[in-house]
Design a protein. Sequence first.
Length: 275
Amino acid sequence: MTTPVANYSAIGVTGFHHQIDPGREGMILDVDTVDQFESVNLEVDAAGNVLRTWKLADIISAAMIAGGDDPTQFVHPAPTDWFHNNACTYRSSDNSLIVSSRENFVIALDYDSGNIKWILGDPTKHWHEFSSLRAFALTLAPGTLPPIGEHALSMSGDQLLLFDNGTGSNFQQPPGETRTYSAPRKYQIDLGAFEATETWHYYPDPSVYSAFCSSVYEDAPDNYVIDYTLGDNAYTGIVGLDALGNLAFNYRYVLNGCATAWNAIQIHWENVRLE
């Protein structure tokens, strides 16, 4: 049985997409609106009341104008998929909302004001051509690769965990780099040094390329479940890793685009009681 909680059409919402992620007080919804495609997030409580709204088009446009750039060269109205928001996560240590823009970068906002704090992304993409956005770019520590076309943001303690697809932009030009492999990665964000340091990644042998969808989430510390949705465009792979990096399981399923398993997360049944 299902029960409707709320209807957001009165505030311009036309549909939902991608994920529902935990926020600071409620759950964060990825929504489309009459004005914007995949670039608006709502935090709602258990009763469906809207607690906060983040309109990335407005936030980024304001920052670009303040920095002397023309936002119409980067931000576009619906139905253009200029941003492609596919995941969010809350970083409690500095009260940030961290948002994945598959087309561009990972961007961190002050949770309450919505002001941009930092950007982590491929510097060969279109966003980096604007000085106003480049000013927010974290320095990459030696040996650190930026995420490209990423999915499934979450926090591992105070570190950012994500699935790095390695796929360049579809709409924004130049599209940036496209790699031949994908990898789950973890980053330490040092705001004092304004630097991102890659602290963990997983490179299977042979490598796996999953261009879109996919995910990685941490269970017990340093234990991960990885979803290669489009594994080498031949299968969907679900992989479990223990704290030593050993394979706990490696399942393969028949590929049906992103419909087989676009995202996979662990669920614990230890305390479930069936009556």
